[in-house]
Design a protein around this ligand. Structure first.
Ligand SMILES: Cc1cc2nc3c(=O)[nH]c(=O)nc-3n(C[C@H](O)[C@H](O)[C@H](O)COP(=O)(O)OP(=O)(O)OC[C@H]3O[C@@H](n4cnc5c(N)ncnc54)[C@H](O)[C@@H]3O)c2cc1C
Length: 592
């Protein structure tokens, strides 16, 4: 059975040494003192390691079942969900008015990583609820907020997001689900949605479905899509539960991973729905919280990579195979542990340098979201919107690759189910697909985000890089290993952006043939910047005579690895981008 230990020390390092959150002027951040965040993270760490993680394998093996139209979650999920709920962990960043704790998003994100590492399928029930509640908070009437939010904050009622239909996932303008006005302010919703996460289950008294549908007679295509609240059980005026709505589960999908989460075909048969936000503005309402939702999925990439890495380290220290080429390291044993071998080290360093860099990137992104929301800072909003497809696409692609590397360390024992390593790869895979498949993230980055607001956010990102390098250029301890590689990678990023501006304008296929490479190039630069910032913080702690020198030395050594062995990938991505569309589009469709 795999194990999980929450990386609280590393989280504290990012929050305090790197981001220096308690000194920030973002409202709510001054409460985030080292002792406070340390205590909250420790508690969350115990809960996730002891209660949530042990159910990960159970959920994978048992899966959910559909009997007589009712979905049952795996053994133990309900009791654990009740414990998480009772501890107030489901509404950390919700307003106090609705039963939340109004904590900054950055802290909720660190805790979210723990939950997701411990058990992604389980955590999705509260994650989807949080997404639906956030949309109601942003677009609901006072009455809708009062009716739904307190129950959703506590997860007495959970939530779902219903976009996908059998014939449309990316191109939602093709949607067929209809909404018919009833003259009393309500609508009758009719249609079928597929792949709906947490669509039905036995964890909560009610499920509040947010459903995209087209109001009859409205505009064609995506401009005619509106968002509706469709409760599984109708809610009476006094807040009590009333009659069953016309919502049913058509089927439970069999799938590659996240077996503990119910993925449902949902049928809406003249179900009563209430408009959320404005008519025909459904996409805007659904995507208001897009940056958070996509950051949350990017975090799943990190989370699965983290837990897979932790187990790979344990195995590499324990499994005895072969001898170290430079001389025996375990003379009393029949062989040396795997960890002596350079190729195993390479793989572990790939994983370690990724998860630590990704964690800094995610928490920095979460702090930008706090800055945008809590300070109404448009520049922070522009920057996080630019980086959102990078966080989602790059971190889930890399996160998946890292779970494969961790699995590889187990050899054949990684492929069989006994050690649980295959579950990490299978669970990590979905994050590359849902919440906008990664190919579409790359399109969004190149097609929309680069040119957004006249290119202001991307220029701001380049300034940020330039200023960081300039401010630290005199730091001789870091120059060669950190700043010079970052400078080279930044040049690759600039050259690729320039290529898109020049050649992409002439032929859009040139830009779109390089979009995936660009997303990865951008991601490496972001992680390079994070490692630069972590190196500055670690060096400062060492210079100040920290009593924990080993931690900071390890941080510097891990960062040096990333800069030397991972960051140079930017040159290959640039070379590919600059070849344009010629070889990509050379064949006609019939030649495939
Ligand atoms: C386990 C699971 C849980 C899910 N949970 C939910 C949920 O809770 N709610 C919900 O509404 N949906 C959910 N989904 C659906 C998911 O969001 C979609 O599957 C996803 O958005 C892709 O849509 P699609 O499957 O229709 O693929 P398509 O849209 O058909 O795309 C197929 C492929 O083509 C690519 N592609 C599409 N258009 C373009 C283009 N213009 N240029 C280049 N490439 C393109 C895509 O990147 C993708 O790789 C879930 C799916 C799964 C498997």
């Amino acid at each position: 059975m795999p194990s999980y230990t929450a990386p609280t020390k590393d989280m504290q390092f990012v929050l305090h040494d790197v981001l220096n959150i308690s000194a920030s002027d973002i409202p709510g951040y001054s409460d985030l003192e080292v002792d406070f965040t340390g205590a909250v993270l420790e508690e969350a760490g115990k809960l996730t390691a002891n209660v949530v993680a042990p159910l990960n394998v159970v959920g994978d093996r048992e899966g959910c079942t559909l009997e007589n139209g009712v979905v049952r979650t795996p053994t133990g999920f309900k009791a654990a969900f009740d414990e998480v709920r009772a501890g107030g962990w489901t509404a950390l960043d919700m307003p106090e008015q609705y039963g939340g704790q109004n904590m900054p998003y950055v802290l909720g994100t660190a805790i979210g990583e723990m939950f997701s590492s411990a058990n992604q399928a389980f955590t999705m029930y509260q994650g989807l609820t949080h997404g639906a509640a956030s949309a109601i908070l942003a677009h609901g009437t006072d009455q809708q907020k009062d009716t739904y939010l307190p129950k959703m904050a506590s997860c007495d009622w959970t939530g779902t997001m219903n976009l996908t239909e059998p014939h449309c996932g990316t191109d939602l303008g093709l949607m067929r689900t209809k909404a018919e006005p009833q003259g009393d302010g309500s609508y009758k919703i009719t249609g079928q949605k597929i792949f709906i996460s947490a669509g039905d289950h036995d964890l909560a008294d009610n499920i509040i479905h947010l459903v995209l549908a087209k109001i009859i007679g409205g505009p064609e295509g995506i401009k005619g899509v509106s968002l509706f609240i469709v409760p599984k059980v109708l809610v009476n005026e006094d807040g009590s539960l009333g009659a069953r709505n016309g919502v049913s589960v058509g089927n439970l999908e069999e799938k590659m991973g996240i077996h503990g989460n119910s993925t449902c075909v949902m049928n809406y048969d003249s179900a009563v729905g209430y408009l959320l936000g404005e008519e025909h503005k459904g996409m805007r309402a659904m995507f208001t919280m897009m940056n958070e939702a996509r950051l949350g999925v990017g975090m799943q990439g990190l989370a699965q990579a983290e837990v897979a890495y932790q187990n790979a380290v344990i195995y590499a220290k324990d499994r005895l195979q072969g001898r170290a080429v430079t001389g025996t390291e375990n003379p009393n044993g029949p062989a040396d542990p795997l960890i002596v071998h350079p190729d195993i080290r390479r793989s572990l360093m790939d994983q370690k340098s990724f998860v630590e860099g990704a964690r800094a990137f995610i928490l920095w992104g979460a702090s930008l979201i706090d800055q945008a929301h809590r300070k109404d800072d448009k520049d922070a909003d522009g920057l996080i919107s630019l980086m959102t497809p990078v966080i989602k696409g790059f971190l889930t692609d890399q996160g998946y690759d890292m779970t494969v590397k961790a699995q590889q360390i187990y050899g054949g024992h990684g492929y069989i189910e006994e050690h649980g390593m295959s579950q990490f790869t299978r669970d990590a895979r979905i994050a590359q697909i849902y919440e906008g498949a990664n190919g579409v993230q790359a399109l969004d980055l190149v097609g929309r985000k680069l040119a957004a607001d006249g290119g202001k956010p991307v220029m701001a990102f380049f300034d940020l890089l330039k200023n960081f390098i300039k401010e630290n250029d005199a730091n001789e301890a870091l120059k060669k290993d950190f700043l010079d590689p970052l400078k080279a990678a930044s040049k690759d990023l600039q050259a690729s952006a320039m290529y898109f501006m020049q050649s992409g304008m002439k032929n859009p296929n040139n830009a779109l043939s390089g979009s995936n490479d660009f997303m990865h190039l951008f991601g490496h630069v972001c992680l390079g910047l994070m490692w630069g910032r972590m190196a500055v913080a670690a060096q400062a702690a060492l210079d100040a005579g920290t009593s924990d020198a080993a931690f900071y030395e390890t941080k510097l050594a891990t960062g040096r690895y990333y800069m030397a062995r991972q960051l140079p990938a930017t040159a290959l991505h640039l070379a590919r981008i600059q070849t344009g569309a010629d070889t990509v589009m050379a064949l006609d469709a019939a030649s495939f």
